[in-house]
Write a protein that binds this ligand. Sequence first.
Ligand code: ZN
Ligand code: ZN
Length: 123
Amino acid sequence: MFFIMGITQGRKDFNFNQMVICSHCGSYGRYQVYMTYMCLSLFFLPVFKWNKQYYVQMSCCNTLYALDPVIGKRIARGEDIEILPEHLTEVQTGWRSRYKRCGNCGFETQEDYEYCPKCGRKF
Ligand SMILES: [Zn+2]
Ligand SMILES: [Zn+2]
């Protein structure tokens, strides 16, 4: 008898809705909570999951935070709790896409031009 074994990395998104004013970009964003894990499967059935890590990503600017695992587990269980700033550790700073791109010449700018400074076409 032999086993078909596999180890994969998985990701699970949680259905979690909490609106906040983002401390990075200042706009109204949503905490998107998800978990990553390693998964051992036997005969294509997951039997064991480990190395669970919880993350929060801002919907506004994609800033990524590591979430306190205690809070992450409670969200995974479906508890209705509030994520506070002290539960979050910043992993990756996001950005806010303010670039305008000229459809004619491809010039990109962060300034609020009405006309492309390169080719003069209206944005
Ligand atoms: Zn933001
Ligand atoms: Zn242009």
